[in-house]
Design a protein around this ligand. Sequence first.
Ligand code: CDP
Ligand code: MG
Length: 149
Amino acid sequence: MERTFIMLKPDAVQRGLVGEVIARFEKKGLKLVGMKLIQVDRALAEAHYAEHRGKGFFEPTVNYIMSSPVVAMVWQGKNGVALARELMGATNPANANPGSIRGMYGMDISRNIIHGSDSVTSAEREIALYFKPEDLVDYQKVGDEWLSE
Ligand code: CDP
Ligand code: MG
């Protein structure tokens, strides 16, 4: 079981897409193990996107995720990191599969709805940025036994 960090970005919150996007993760079979609505400050935004410091889109992206509240979540499941990236679609919604979240709800790379960790190592780093270990809940869910043997 892998855990991945997922963030519904300010545009998702402002456009009222929170429920629809969460529903897609739930229906796929991933399990929600942590969630909170937060206002990201500059220090957290810069830490989140540290790998992109120095690139042209760094500052606009930092400002974007600080521009309104976000929903920070941790989802768990078999192959969860890659699976979430598949559900999200390509970084640029213009190139994303139309059935994916970014492909379905987004128009432009600068407003692409959702963040998801790109590897297990990134997931561990990002989860630790946003959550204390005790904020995450491990639990059995009705239906777990119907998802895999
Ligand atoms: O989010 P993802 O891992 O798919 O893409 P990334 O390459 O790690 O870029 C991080 C974020 O920066 C993207 O999700 C966009 O919000 C933003 N970005 C942008 O606005 N313009 C670009 N040319 C590249 C990234
Ligand atoms: Mg990335």
